[in-house]
Design a protein around this ligand. Structure first.
Ligand code: APR
Length: 274
């Protein structure tokens, strides 16, 4: 490992081993090593599809009125990536930090449920969760079985002929009240979820680990800024860009799934010496 990288890893570990209330803020780069494409990297989702079309309800309706081929293509990609996706070494390292009493919570922009599956228990999903549904009739929310839901999506992806909203809705799980439901994910133009809780967490943090985010989507991108206002030290891990960390913080130019396990090992060594 390049020397300055190991220095940064050591610095991050030193800061975390002294932290009283570390909070994690993650983006799509966190799940890259789990096989889920990011949005804005070359070849990412928004590099190949127009977010205004596939990331908004009106856009989806308009694509369905044209037969829905693009929707089928996106669903196919989601089914393929999400079926195989498992928590990577970075997710598991974060869950370890929680068990060690170092990490207080995870605030994530990701909808893939991987932080929960890795064992993190205080997870605030500001853009929702693909496996949680919201009833359009009674507004109640419920989780569905991941493989069953992905199987249903697979049926849609494998279908042929024009794709209609009815064709999608008949495969989407129903609420116990009989109402039609939709995935509880936040589309562009919709209100984010748990933002108040996320900002509260940021205000409680003395360290914020910022992992794999381009920081271009608001209001989620306010969270690291709120942590800095609260006096937190920022530790940012991103292999291609530094978005939030400044000279008094730590920036690690590495993949999250590579750097995080190294940091956690160093934190453990420091904790043992105490
Ligand atoms: N480890 C860490 N960071 C990585 C890795 C990796 N292995 N691979 C890529 N990255 C970094 C990229 O350099 C980039 O800065 O992850 C970031 C991914 O940025 P985006 O694709 O913009 O994802 P994100 O910041 O999570 O987007 C925020 O935009 O479209 C909406 O709702 C969507 O939640 C998403 C939001």
């Amino acid at each position: 490992m390049k020397n300055n990288l190991s220095e940064e890893i050591q610095k991050a570990a030193e800061i975390l081993s002294q932290a009283k209330s570390a909070v994690i803020f993650s983006g799509a780069g966190m799940s890259a090593e789990s096989g889920i494409a990011t949005f804005r990297d070359p070849g990412g989702l928004w590099d190949r599809f127009d977010p205004a079309e596939v990331g908004t309800a009106p856009g989806i309706m308009s694509l369905l009125s044209e037969g829905g081929d693009t929707i089928r293509e996106i669903i196919r990609e989601v089914v393929e990536a999400f079926t195989l996706a498992r928590p990577n070494a970075g997710h598991l390292a974060l869950a370890e930090l929680e068990r060690m009493g170092v990490a207080r919570s995870v605030i994530t922009q990701n909808i893939d449920n991987l932080h929960r599956e890795a064992g993190s228990t205080r997870v605030f999903e500001v853009h929702g969760n693909l496996y949680r549904f919201r009833c359009l009739n009674c507004e109640s929310k419920f989780f569905v079985d991941r493989s069953d839901f992905l199987e249903r999506l697979g049926d849609i992806a494998r279908g042929s002929g024009p794709l209609s909203l009815e064709g999608i809705m008949e495969r989407v799980p129903r609420c116990s009240c009989g109402g039609v439901s939709r995935p509880d994910v936040v589309m562009f133009g919709e209100s984010v979820q748990e933002l108040g809780e996320a900002i509260f967490e940021a205000h409680q943090s003395d360290v914020m680990l910022i992992l794999g985010t381009s920081g271009v989507v608001y209001p989620a991108a306010m969270v690291p800024q709120e942590a800095r206002k609260a006096g937190a030290v920022l530790i940012e891990i991103n292999p291609t860009e530094v978005v939030f960390a400044s000279k008094n913080d730590v920036y690690i130019r590495e993949k999250a799934a590579v750097a995080l396990p190294l940091i956690v090992e160093e934190v453990k060594k420091r904790k043992k010496k105490k």
